[in-house]
Design a protein around this ligand. Structure first.
Ligand code: UDP
Ligand code: MN
Length: 292
């Protein structure tokens, strides 16, 4: 009994993670937004372990395929499974993180404040993706968050539907593990400062206060686009994201209105910390739907 009570208070071996692992050194980074290859981005993120990671990822993909694809029908079976159960053997130690191939990062020495699912709506932006990831992953590691990246790809040629992809990402991510913070993230927005903390708070958070496209201010006061974070409870209380916005624009303003109607208050830090570099578009934005 004495041991048990003693244990209740002191058997948790890990402390709660602080907001950053290098106090005093975080700050603005000089970003490299030049075109890069996936291989190069991997080397940037994994350093000398990159080769080993590739082998592990290949093996992990085989395991996942076996788990998910029914060998008789070839159909993907929708099972609830956890990274931890399926990929435990494949866990790798990358500096101060556990890395589970499939894209899940967990601090080794402390309990993260947030389990973050980064949801990236995506189609045909292969030029942008490695640039974003090579900048984003080191920042999230410094912030000692547990995180996964979900690139949610629209696989047809219909008009793009950003908000529906976010719904898909939200629901699917919860099959992996119990995330508590969801960050919807445009693929071409790169945070410039490590202090732009990607944890959530009880209220929806907008991570952008300015960007190269509109420096020093928001494009308009009610702007809630590009990069925004909501808790699971926030998303449930706004009934998710609107599915009806096909084509460019409008869905972010509707999400703003849903947040407001649910009496939630958007939080945002102002100033250079929440500035974003925008990767140059090699494309026109998607056409706006006529009946939007
Ligand atoms: N997006 C995409 N493929 C497209 C259109 C949009 O991947 O064909 C995603 C991508 O994440 C992008 C976001 O949706 O950053 C917003 O679209 P876009 O960049 O065209 O919007 P804008 O920058 O004009 O607001
Ligand atoms: Mn864009």
């Amino acid at each position: 009994m004495v041991t048990l009570i003693y244990c209740l208070f002191s058997c948790t071996t890990k402390p709660i993670c602080p907001y950053s692992d290098i106090p005093g050194q975080v700050g603005q980074r000089k970003l490299n937004l030049n075109e890069t290859t996936t291989a190069h981005a991997e080397e940037h993120v994994f350093g000398p372990s990159a080769g080993k990671v590739r082998t592990f990822v290949k093996r992990a993909n085989e395991i996942l395929l076996k788990k998910l694809v029914d060998p008789k029908t070839g159909n993907i079976t929708h099972v609830d499974w956890l990274f931890d159960q399926v990929l435990n053997q494949e866990t790798m130690n990358i500096s101060n993180y556990w890395y589970l191939p499939g894209g899940h990062w967990k601090p080794m020495n402390c309990l993260p404040k947030w389990k973050v699912a980064i949801l990236i709506p995506f189609r045909d932006r292969f030029y942008h993706l490695p640039i974003l990831l090579q900048n984003l992953i080191p920042m999230l590691q410094k912030q000692l968050l547990e995180f996964s990246l979900f690139v949610v790809e629209q696989a047809n040629q219909e008009l793009f539907n950003r908000a529906m992809l976010m719904n898909v990402g939200f629901l699917e991510s919860l099959n992996f593990t119990d995330y508590d913070c969801f960050i919807i993230h445009d693929v071409d927005y790169v945070p410039v400062d490590d202090r732009n903390y990607y944890g959530c708070s009880s209220m929806p958070r907008h991570f952008v206060s300015s960007s190269d496209t509109v420096p020093f201010r928001l494009p308009y006061g009610e702007f809630f686009g590009a990069v925004a974070g909501l808790t699971k409870a926030n998303i449930r209380s706004i009934n998710g994201f609107p599915n009806v916005y096909w084509g460019w624009g409008g869905e972010d303003d509707e999400i703003y209105k849903r947040v407001r109607d649910a009496r939630l208050i958007i939080t945002r830090h102002k100033g250079p910390i929440t500035h974003y570099n925008v990767i140059k578009h090699h494309h026109e934005s998607a056409p706006m739907a006529k009946d939007r």
